[in-house]
Design a protein around this ligand. Sequence first.
Ligand code: ADP
Ligand code: MG
Length: 219
Amino acid sequence: MKITAKNLIKNYTKKNAPEVNVLKGINLEIPSGTKASLTGPSGAGKSTLIHILGLMDKPTSGEIFIDGEKINNYGNLRLSKMRKDYIGFVFQFHYLLSDFNVLENILMPVWDKKSEKIKRADELLEMTGLSNRKHHLPSELSGGEQQRVALARALINNPKILFADEPTGNLDRKTGTMIENLMFGLCTELKTTLLVVTHNQDVANLADRQLKMVDGQIL
Ligand SMILES: Nc1ncnc2c1ncn2[C@@H]1O[C@H](COP(=O)(O)OP(=O)(O)O)[C@@H](O)[C@H]1O
Ligand SMILES: [Mg+2]
């Protein structure tokens, strides 16, 4: 799926506080199947931007097109359906549910049809090298393994677009690089469009398109 953003602005307003201008007119296009990286200093607005592109937040103004279809005026129900059907997200923290094992966590987004999805979950366990860990709880895994589970969970519904916000920010460099490489490999294999926020330039170099963001603008 292609993502297009036109003149996205995001301002935060609060009573008795000055307005904060976080996104100052973002224009971008990520063609279908492209793997894009987004780098930039802390506070630049990277998370704000990918939350908006991932339909988890709304811009103050500007337009978002998914495969050329403008989605700004869609209601919350329609947006959450689009999110569920098309979008995967990996965050810096894994947000796995501690009382559920690895397999159950991966199936969480498709709990309503989990019997149909068990085969897919097994494939993803294989692809992420976790087949022998599926009955373990998150607390029984290393940080890198936990993040691989989060990646498998993000892919369970075959998303057309995967967003990842510093997915390896809490991991050591070597483990982080391994996981980001895995993510790029899986997105290539599954033809998933990818936008990943990363601080690792080696990983950004794997991307088809490298975006840099400073102070609310794409350079
Ligand atoms: N709810 C909010 N109210 C006011 N400012 C906010 C809010 N959320 C984020 N910001 C500000 O937006 C800016 C960009 O934040 P963020 O998108 O998290 O940047 P990055 O991910 O690049 O570090 C920061 O200066 C932050 O303080
Ligand atoms: Mg951030």
